[in-house]
Design a binder for this molecule. Structure first.
Ligand code: IPE
Ligand code: IPE
Ligand code: MG
Ligand code: MG
Ligand code: MG
Length: 323
């Protein structure tokens, strides 16, 4: 049986938030220390993700294995970390936000499985491994994706460390983010008339739906759990919207020049209009910078310290980091 969504407690030997000296003997600066603690948080997310889905043997055939394979493959866990760090920024204990954070990763992993299918991007490699459908077949990949997506909503509904009205608001906003006005619609738009010229405004709208809305949902969830007031929540949403736009442009740059080490197929956008193909790589990099600056400004208006911005920017500092 999958354990019920008991509020997560860090174990006594938890390293979250604990600062370790550098192996070189030097000491980290504040940014290094913070990013080190984020790494530890990532491990807690992974541990909880594994607890929140059925163990492989419980599901018929290879369904459970496929779900584990897709969910627990080594990804950046950006969306759940966004939820956790936002909740923390507004004063919530990390543990209160953990299950909701995991639900964001479940939705994301489900979307990646679908995105890679032969009828979509027809990808061979994801997170450094063969794509889920190549290992488990299309049927189990699709079923695993639907299972993960569904479980995400169940996990939020059962997060009884949160008040009932917050849980229902979180379910509603995640449903909006994923559904016919959100990610699913964005993916449909992405696939429709791929080669048609699109204006930058159209591309921003597409990127927002396929990538940005889930990031907004993740950040706004953290803000709600942290008790942010409505104005601060809106600013957090704007922060995440800008990060989402920058993130997808970065991803599109990687598709063009990422090399073999990014852990997923490259060249999949050939012939498709993206911000990179529309503006050229230099202007695309400038657009990323502009979005990141706007994201920082939104954070400042929300009254957050700079750590969320440091975390978000860390994704953009190395090619591998964004793949
Ligand atoms: C990939 O997302 C899909 C996009 C929205 C570009 P990530 O780059 O966050 O993928 P993982 O989770 O680290 O594998
Ligand atoms: C996909 O965008 C966004 C999703 C909602 C999964 P891409 O198709 O560019 O993502 P990658 O490059 O395959 O990760
Ligand atoms: Mg795609
Ligand atoms: Mg793809
Ligand atoms: Mg891509």
């Amino acid at each position: 049986m999958t354990p019920p969504n008991k509020p997560f407690r860090f174990r006594k030997d938890s390293t979250a938030g604990v600062v370790a000296p550098l192996a070189s003997g030097g000491r980290m600066d504040d940014t290094g220390m913070f990013l080190h603690s984020v790494e530890a948080l990532r491990l807690h997310v992974d541990r909880r993700l594994a607890e929140l889905i059925p163990s492989p043997g419980e599901e018929p055939g290879r369904l459970g294995e496929a779900a584990h394979y897709a969910l627990l493959a080594p990804g950046k866990r950006f969306r759940p970390l966004l939820t956790l760090l936002t909740a923390e920024a507004f004063g919530s204990p990390i543990a209160r936000a953990l299950d909701v954070a995991c639900s964001m990763e479940m939705v994301h992993a489900a979307s990646l499985v679908l995105d890679d299918l032969p009828s979509m991007d027809d990808a061979r490699l994801r997170r450094g491994r063969p794509t889920t459908h190549r290992v488990y077949g299309e049927a189990d990949a699709i079923l695993a994706s639907v299972g993960l997506l569904t479980r995400a909503f169940g996990v939020i509904a059962a997060a009884d460390c949160l008040p009932a009205d917050h849980r229902s608001e979180l379910v509603m906003s995640l449903a909006e983010a994923v559904g016919f006005h959100g990610l699913v619609a964005g993916q449909a738009l992405d696939l429709a008339e791929r080669n048609r010229a699109r204006t930058v405004a159209e591309l921003d709208a597409l990127n927002h739906r396929k990538t940005g809305v889930l990031m907004m949902a993740a950040a706004e969830a953290g803000a709600l759990i942290g008790g942010a007031d409505p104005a601060a929540r809106r600013e957090l949403g704007e922060f995440a919207r800008r990060i989402g736009l920058a993130f997808q442009i970065r991803d599109d740059l990687i598709d063009v020049d990422g090399g073999d080490h990014v852990g997923k197929d490259i060249g999949k956008d050939a012939g498709m209009t993206t911000v990179v193909s529309a503006l050229g790589p230099r202007a695309a990099v400038a657009a990323i910078e502009a979005h990141l600056d706007a994201a920082d400004a939104a954070l400042a208006r929300a009254g957050c310290d700079g750590r969320l911005g440091v975390f978000a920017r860390s994704l953009f500092s190395g090619r591998k980091a964004a793949a």
